[in-house]
Design a protein around this ligand. Structure first.
Ligand code: AMP
Length: 406
């Protein structure tokens, strides 16, 4: 089978690696650190299966265009992609479906928005309706800060049109878990859960990022957790999508918060998490290409199987990330890092300079993954590998999966 992976970051590097165990893979556009990267536009590539990595092309209807040309595609059409493209649409749909989630309101005007906000107990959560590269969410205990944020978003000053509609939510508390469901339009399989670390600094301090690390499995989850999420979250959501005529074939990524009242949905994404998807995919021992092709064709087959051990991923970030990542810094030590036992180094934000050297080209430059029989071993391998890569101003978190016992 020939598979075309669409995208250019760490998630796509991982998809290409894992799919490549059983399929021929090309990545469009990929990056110079991802084997199989091609500059050919996706529509001109002849493949048996297309796996679309990021949300933006899905929201933009790439899956529809490829399907319209008779291609087999893993990824929802623009209709289903609204789950991530519009938070208000998603919240309304899941509320109809009876999925547990925080109370919310959707507003285009300042007066009613402030009234709703002031009636909440706090913490306060203010989100842009549209896509904002993971940066459109404010969570705060400070009502005045929340009010200012609502004003800025609605005025279009902070996020342009993406913020002209806001979703205001009651704040929830508890640890967060990422659950990826592979859906074939009617049925779904839930993959092993993972957890990611969003803040730039140790101890969850500093600004939010796209994600600084992740690990899987989560030994502290209760037994039956994944089955419960399938029953109470993914299943009802797929049924409601179908009721609206939406044939959802792709990843349904449930961002969940384990609140004192039980798991609640924070958000749905329409693709694998980055970097939390990587630690799940790298542990998979069954045939990922067959799984995704089955879902794309509308008939999921077997449940996937996993290495019983652990995977821990640490992001090596560019100087200045997340505010203003430095580009063009030469990356040293990649081969040495990849040679560490149990380590995999995924090139996420890299480019080639005119001399053919790999240089930084994005905030999250490398995903360094360690795998081993338990979390402590996997973690030690990830950090041993990370210690071998270098560029000016490189930084990372030192506490990924540190507090977890397995
Ligand atoms: P989202 O883009 O909707 O996933 O939000 C980004 C992050 O904001 C989440 O991963 C949570 O950490 C936090 N967040 C979002 N909604 C809520 C909420 N209702 N209560 C508490 N935290 C939230």
């Amino acid at each position: 089978m020939k598979v075309c992976v669409v995208g250019s970051g760490g998630r796509e590097a991982c998809l290409a690696l894992v799919l490549g165990r059983t399929a021929d893979v090309v990545v469009s556009p990929g990056n110079p650190g991802i084997p199989g990267s091609v500059t050919t536009p996706v529509e001109e590539i002849d493949a048996d299966l297309y796996v679309i990595g990021p949300e933006a092309p899905l929201v933009d209807g790439l899956a529809d265009r490829l399907r319209g040309a008779g291609r087999l595609v893993f990824g929802p059409g623009a209709d289903g992609a609204q789950l991530e493209g519009s938070k208000a649409w998603m919240k309304e749909l899941v509320t109809t479906a009876g999925v547990p989630t925080a109370r919310f309101g959707r507003f285009d005007e300042i007066g009613p928005a402030l009234d709703f906000l002031r009636a909440l107990p706090g913490p306060y959560v203010v989100k842009t309706d549209g896509l904002a590269a993971g940066k459109g969410v404010l969570v705060t205990d400070d009502l005045a800060e929340a009010e200012d944020d609502v004003r800025d978003k609605l005025a279009g000053t902070s996020f342009g049109d993406a913020g002209r509609t806001v979703v205001i939510e009651e704040g929830m508390t508890g640890p967060e878990v990422s659950v990826f469901a592979v859906c074939d339009g009617r049925r779904a399989v839930v993959l092993e859960p993972a957890q990611d670390f969003k803040r730039v600094g140790d101890g969850d301090t500093g600004p939010n990022t796209g994600g600084m690390g992740a690990y899987s499995p989560l030994p502290w989850l209760p037994a039956g957790f994944a089955a419960d999420i399938l029953d109470r979250f993914v299943g009802p959501t797929l049924a409601e999508l179908r009721r609206r005529g939406i044939d959802y074939r792709g990843v349904l990524y449930a961002g969940l918060m384990l609140t004192p009242e039980g798991p609640k949905l924070v958000e749905y994404n329409i693709r694998f998490g980055d970097p939390d998807g990587q630690v799940v995919l790298l542990r998979m021992t069954s045939d990922l290409a067959a799984l995704l092709a089955g879902a794309a064709a509308g008939h999921l087959t077997d449940e996937p199987t996993y290495d019983p051990g652990a995977a821990v991923l640490v992001v090596a970030a560019a100087a200045g990330y997340p505010a203003s990542p430095s580009t063009g810094d030469v990356i040293e030590g990649l081969d040495e890092a990849g040679a560490v036992d149990g380590a995999t180094v995924l090139c996420a934000g890299v480019a080639a300079d005119p001399d053919g050297r790999l240089v930084t080209a994005g905030g999250r430059v490398l995903d360094v993954v360690g795998q081993g029989p338990d979390i402590a071993t996997a973690r030690a391998r990830a950090y041993a590998s990370l210690a071998r890569v270098a560029w000016p101003g490189r930084h990372h978190r030192t506490d990924i999966a540190r507090e977890v016992t397995s």
